[in-house]
Design a protein around this ligand. Structure first.
Ligand code: GLV
Ligand code: MN
Ligand code: MN
Ligand code: MN
Length: 413
């Protein structure tokens, strides 16, 4: 008798709760930043669950974690499914964890039903997707797809920790995992994720079929002025980088997005040096996160950021240096993989819509080496990178069911 593989909803929801306890914040979110103690605990829990089911676990030099279930032809490159387990400092419980745990649930559902796929299937938890502690993000998938990581050795986190040290400790915390050689081929990749925006919920559509990811560019602006005494320095003597920074940010926020509905510009971090209440700062540094589906517009917006900063620092007799710290062009996903996901949704009689991802994901990098695509599920009020992030249990289960069908199809080819 052949069993039909089924998602075990109760098991999936229980797992989501268990992982949400690792790094839980009082406001109901998680703080499980890359390579932290909490990140290591989540990796350990997933590894333990995998070993209990008899799967093999691997990790590589950047601490990507792979859980492998063999297929009938072990020589074939595996199909990969997964997401990430690290979070923002005040992150939600579903960003990354949902996709990783749905992927693991798919592996267990196949195991429960004793279905032997043709290809090996590997669940992957990519390392440092968020990049909030150690920039840049998507480190795991970048390293996996051949990015030169030599310069990363000297990266220092926002908390002053050394990436090299934290990475080494993270890898050492999972001695049961075998070393996965780099450069092994992959037959395809499917990532399930929460939409992180409002459209699916608003349109009462349970499934988003992601056809592309928009581009991201990160800039670091450092405005240099002249430190001075807050009480004695009159207006005409000031070279205040804070005034220049605020003016530049205000101008950017009131021009870029209002004039281009597809553009996104976010200043998420700002700091003044030396940061004393009664001193005019010597310098002010802020970050700019730019997104746009069109590369030419990203270039144009970056040029505008540079021009606005130059004009505003001039007015304060300050100077600015602008460094591009991350540049990730957008990419379109593979039509075959997109079709597999659409077929999966149709076979379950679910409505779906095609969409472009506003957030970046590891799938963007894996798409460079293998056919890839993504499944989105709705999240409440479109909230993400927020402790209040929430996914309806029914929507999580529906997403997992689509992932299961798509995985069966892709692993049988
Ligand atoms: C990552 O989560 C991003 O899109 O910023
Ligand atoms: Mn994510
Ligand atoms: Mn995220
Ligand atoms: Mn992301």
């Amino acid at each position: 008798m052949t069993l039909v593989p089924e998602i075990n909803g109760e098991r999936l929801l229980g797992r989501l709760d268990a992982f949400a306890r690792i790094g839980a914040t009082p406001a109901g979110g998680v703080n499980r930043q890359a390579f932290s103690i909490e990140d290591r605990s989540a990796r350990r829990l997933l590894a333990q669950l995998a070993l209990m089911r008899g799967f093999t676990i691997f990790q590589d030099g950047i601490a990507n974690l792979f859980i492998r279930r063999e297929g009938s032809d072990a020589a074939l490159p595996p199909l990969m499914i997964g997401s990430h387990l690290d979070s923002q400092p005040t992150g939600g419980r579903f960003d990354g964890a949902l996709g990783t745990l749905c992927a693991f649930e798919v592996l267990e559902a196949l195991e429960d039903a004793m279905i032997e796929a043709r290809r090996p299937i590997e669940v992957v938890a990519w390392a440092n997707e968020e990049g909030s502690r150690f920039a840049p993000g998507v480190m795991g998938s970048m390293a996996f797809t051949g990015t030169d990581t030599a310069a990363w050795k000297s990266i220092v986190g926002v908390d002053g920790a050394s990436l090299a040290t934290e990475l080494e400790a993270t890898i050492a915390a999972l001695p049961e995992a075998r070393l996965r050689p780099t450069g092994m081929p992959v037959s395809g990749y499917i990532e399930l994720h929460i939409e992180q925006g409002p459209s699916l919920e608003k349109e009462l559509t349970p499934i988003g079929v992601v056809t592309a990811v928009q581009g991201t560019r990160w800039l670091e602006v450092c405005i240099e002025g002249s430190a001075g005494h807050a009480g004695t320095t009159g207006l005409s003597y000031r070279r205040d980088p804070m005034v220049a920074a605020i003016a530049a940010i205000h101008r950017l926020q009131t021009t870029i997005m209002p004039l281009d509905a597809s553009a996104r510009l976010t200043v998420g971090r700002i700091s003044a040096q030396p940061g004393s209440i009664n001193a005019i700062p010597q310098s002010v540094t802020f970050t700019v996160d730019l997104r746009h589906p069109q590369l030419e517009r990203l270039d144009a917006i970056e040029a505008e950021v540079r021009a606005v900063c130059a004009a505003e620092v001039d007015g304060q007799h300050c100077s600015a240096t602008i460094r591009r710290s991350f540049d990730m062009p957008g990419a379109a996903f593979c039509p075959d993989m997109i079709k597999i996901i659409e077929d999966a949704a149709e076979s379950l009689e679910l409505t779906y819509k095609r969409m472009i991802s506003g957030a970046f994901h590891d799938a963007l990098f894996i798409a460079r080496v293998a056919p890839a695509a993504m499944i989105f599920v709705p999240c409440r009020d479109g909230l993400s990178h927020n402790e209040a992030e929430y996914v309806e249990p029914a929507d999580a289960i529906i997403g997992a069911r689509v992932l299961l069908q798509a995985t069966i199809a892709a692993a049988s080819r």
